[in-house]
Design a protein around this ligand. Structure first.
Ligand code: SAM
Length: 247
């Protein structure tokens, strides 16, 4: 079984330099190989492993409520796949996460939530899931309930075709809370064939009023048998963009 179809992931909880005896979170993934969407067999991609293991190093997002009547969902994952990043974030940040993807992927997400419910609860986290197609991001998402926007959006390995930068930006603009505490956290491989898509995504996010506030690069361990660099980045709304939205 390759790393992409591995069924147990140990996610680092400690900081700053993990060792073999560092505390880890154990996330179980139900066998994803029979699930497909968009001609892509379901798997856990390298970006997820990188980002899940990066979360404990990131500044903890501020999840406190912005004010009365301004309810937001704590964490929303777009294109969750097997859900490794969202499930890890639920435990590490002790919040409720909504894992979303295309409809054919959601039963596997439900199974992964069930498989990890107790582990998340140990850390004070929980997860729900629902369908969210980036091309139709306004549609009601079952797991989100009435809370239409999220404080934190996670997206790992979600840019691998020329349509994705525009679609993903559309979904982020529709679903990221409008406020100074909102964050978009992404990770993607820096493969030659994808670099134009990544540049396009950055340009579109900047045009939409977001700014990157933190970024870094990591590589996978040897079990993945690849030396591709991965980039992760954290975004927030520009002050000017937020002021434009004041009534
Ligand atoms: C390469 S996989 C990454 C999955 C997971 N984030 C990971 O890193 O393991 C891309 C994911 O994006 C989802 N996806 C592709 N197009 C989508 C769309 N239009 N709306 C929602 N999800 C989409 C796919 O179904 C797939 O689960």
């Amino acid at each position: 079984m390759s790393s992409r179809t591995r069924l147990t992931f140990h996610i680092t909880l400690s900081t700053p330099t993990p060792t073999p005896s560092s505390p880890t979170l154990t996330i179980q993934i139900t066998d994803p190989r029979s699930t497909t969407a968009n001609n892509l067999a379901l798997a856990t991609w390298g970006s997820s492993e990188i980002l899940a293991n990066q979360l404990h190093r990131l500044p903890i997002p501020d999840f406190t409520a912005t004010g009365p009547g301004t309810q937001t969902f704590p964490i929303l994952e777009l294109g969750a796949g097997t859900g490794l990043v969202g499930l890890s974030a639920a435990a590490i940040w002790q919040q409720r996460t909504c894992l979303t993807d295309l409809r054919p992927i959601v039963p596997n997400l439900e199974a992964n939530i069930a498989a990890n419910r107790k582990e998340l609860a140990k850390y004070g986290g929980s997860a729900v899931c629902g369908v969210l197609d980036w091309d139709d991001p306004e549609t009601r998402v079952l797991g989100l309930g009435e809370m239409v926007r999220a404080r934190v959006i996670l997206a790992a390995d979600t840019v691998y075709s020329e349509e994705h930068p525009a679609l993903l930006t559309k979904a982020v603009v529709a679903r990221l809370e409008r406020g100074e505490r909102a964050r978009l956290v992404m990770c993607y491989p820096l493969r030659i064939g994808y670099l134009d898509h990544i540049r396009d995504l950055w340009a579109r996010l900047e045009d939409a009023g977001l700014v990157c506030v933190l970024e870094g690069r990591e590589t996978l361990d040897q079990s993945w048998e690849e030396d591709t660099p991965y980039e992760w980045c954290v975004w927030r709304w520009r002050e000017e963009r937020l002021q434009q939205q004041q009534p």
